[in-house]
Ligand binder design. Structure first.
Ligand SMILES: NC(=O)c1ccc[n+]([C@@H]2O[C@H](COP(=O)([O-])OP(=O)(O)OC[C@H]3O[C@@H](n4cnc5c(N)ncnc54)[C@H](OP(=O)(O)O)[C@@H]3O)[C@@H](O)[C@H]2O)c1
Length: 378
């Protein structure tokens, strides 16, 4: 328990961002946003141009940001008063080269239904940068496989509704949020045909899936190929708390098919940041999950902390960097400028293979891992 009880505040020493020169290219090494009075608007180039990742026809930043929390009161404690700060969060990300933003048509609870897409669209429109910078932003949204969406036409309609919330002419990557293969296999073809229809109509520039396991991924890939539609991405829960055989197999299938794996919940919903303890749980439903998992995370959080201290990084930065080192694009969720600034510090450096082994051995020791999405297929 001692390993997880020391305060993460020790990782923030109030120093200004350190800079290092790598091959004449100045990279920011961001460590200590917590006590910054004045947040820098630009932290210095955080990755080399050739470190961008190919995904469909796009070339995106090696890390994206997730927006599930934007509009979600129930799980993430969203309040409308957060919008101005979320806009700043978005601005900081874009100014520092982040080009991939993940959202979904189901994000936003109660009266905030659809809020994440609305906010993202608004932030893009109001971003005070060049047209080219705005054009380079890739919005990846997800379409929920609601039971009433049982024809391809209904998915086409869902796509048009997302475009209207985002106020965009085209979506970057249109993704199926989950497969219905486990519980309504007959609906699955409507999902696939829905993707084909939105791609053929030019409403999405590329298509992807989420929560598809390796077998189901192969099936949809072959189907889409037969319809002349390339599948560019597969999004799955992937982190030091979610790195079982299924994730490894999925990554191998993705590599063999030229599909980019996007890691969602790379911080284990916040557990890998080190800021939560069994005695200090988040508000809301996350606490139920955290109460079960956190007590067993001592070795893993200890390994994260040791590497973070040695490298003058934070635990979140190390956890996100691990996802990048595994050849995936992590999309950590961000709720504040401070979190975005810290997570940007995951870029511009790489864990060594020895550090990766230490982290993975410690992760294997954890008695309980993250629960998998109920819709995740094999
Ligand atoms: N396809 C799917 O089914 C699916 C499922 C889940 C997520 N996703 C996508 O993946 C994205 C990321 O996953 P996630 O949001 O579930 O989990 P995550 O990225 O593992 O954790 C994000 C949460 O951790 C905390 N956090 C983030 N950075 C931090 C930092 N530097 N220091 C301290 N705390 C920090 C914040 O919450 P607190 O401050 O409240 O702790 C934040 O909301 C989502 O936004 C969404 O776009 C997709």
């Amino acid at each position: 328990m001692a390993a997880i009880s020391s305060s993460p505040a020790s990782a923030f020493c109030g120093l200004p961002p350190r800079r290092s020169v790598a091959g004449g290219f100045c990279r920011a090494s961001i460590k200590s946003p917590a006590n910054s009075l004045q947040l820098p608007s630009r932290l210095g180039p955080l990755f080399w141009p050739w470190e961008k990742v190919k995904i469909g026809g796009f070339s995106v930043s090696p890390m994206g940001f997730g927006t599930w929390a934007w509009g979600n009161q129930l799980l993430w404690g969203y309040q409308e008063e957060m919008d101005a700060s979320l806009q700043e969060t978005f601005n900081l990300a874009v100014r520092n080269g982040i080009t991939l933003f993940d959202t979904a048509d189901s994000y936003g609870t109660g009266r905030f239904n659809g809020r994440s897409e609305m906010l993202l669209g608004k932030f893009i429109r109001e971003y005070k940068g060049t047209y080219k910078v705005r054009e380079n932003i890739v919005v990846a949204t997800k379409f929920a496989a609601y039971p009433w969406r049982f024809t391809s036409g209904q998915f086409l309609k869902a796509c048009k509704s997302s475009l209207s919330r985002l106020q965009l002419e085209r979506i970057g990557i249109g993704q199926l949020h989950w497969s219905t293969a486990n519980y309504a296999p007959l609906q699955e073809l409507a999902l696939w045909d829905g993707l084909v229809a939105m791609y053929e109509k030019g409403l999405v520039r590329a298509v992807g899936v989420s929560n598809y396991g390796p077998r189901q991924l192969l099936k949809i890939h072959d189907y889409l190929k037969s319809r002349g539609v390339p599948l560019c991405s597969a999004q799955v829960q992937f982190s030091l708390l979610s790195m079982g055989d299924d994730q490894i197999e999925l990554k191998a299938v993705c590599d063999s098919l030229g599909i980019q794996l996007i890691s969602y919940s790379p911080l284990g919903l916040g557990m890998l940041t080190g800021k939560y303890l069994p005695s200090k749980l988040p508000d809301g439903p996350r606490s139920i999950l955290f109460r079960q998992i956190l007590p067993g995370l001592g070795p893993l959080l200890g390994a994260l902390r040791a590497i973070a201290e040695r490298r003058e990084k934070t635990m979140s930065q190390v956890a996100i960097n691990w996802c990048i080192c595994k050849g995936t694009i992590p999309i950590p969720g961000v709720k504040s400028v401070r979190q975005a600034e810290e997570n940007l510090g995951s870029l511009g450096w790489r864990l060594g293979s020895d550090e990766i082994s230490v982290l993975e051995s410690a992760a294997k020791e954890c008695p309980r891992k993250m629960i998998q999405n109920i819709f995740q297929t094999r």
